[in-house]
Design a protein around this ligand. Structure first.
Ligand code: DQA
Length: 145
């Protein structure tokens, strides 16, 4: 059985009411239940965690080494700022797929750079909650081949 850690970063707990014109109307609970249904279909185990804290996200990446075959990660605004998260991803030697609800390349200039993308397996951006589903499917295909 493959194990995947799903990590949601800062402010994603407010989805549903947070800038719905940018992020859509799905709540985080809606996304988590779509991911849980997909995990059942793919016959994998997922653990899901949301945190607004960079420290907690770093520690979750570290401890994923004990359990996970891959990580699906929406780092929120830390995407554009966090050398520490980049270093954590580079350190753990587990494939990490970066996902974003919005198309970060079509937004403000400060969002167009991801400090994390160069150390991730791949990045999916702009498909709303489907970014997570595409990311999970792609991560599993990579891990089993
Ligand atoms: C986001 C994009 C980030 O730029 C932003 O800070 C977020 C959400 C997305 O999923 O589109 O919090 O990661």
């Amino acid at each position: 059985m493959l194990n995947v850690l799903v990590l949601h970063g800062p402010n994603l707990n407010l989805l549903g009411t947070r800038e719905p014109d940018v992020y859509g109307n799905d709540t985080l609970a809606d996304i988590d239940s779509q991911l849980t249904a997909l995990a059942e279909e793919l016959k994998i185990t997922i653990r899901i965690k949301q945190s607004n804290s960079e420290e907690v996200l770093i520690e979750s990446l570290h401890s994923s080494r004990e359990w996970a075959n891959g990580v699906l990660f929406n780092p929120g605004a830390f995407t554009h700022t966090s050398v520490a998260l980049r270093d954590a991803i580079a350190a753990i030697d587990i494939p990490v797929v970066e996902v974003h609800l919005s198309n970060i390349h079509a937004r403000e200039s400060f969002r167009r750079e991801s400090l994390l993308a160069p150390v991730c397996l791949g990045s999916i951006s702009g498909f709303g909650s489907q970014s997570y589903m595409l990311g999970l499917r792609s991560l599993i295909k990579y891990v089993v081949h």
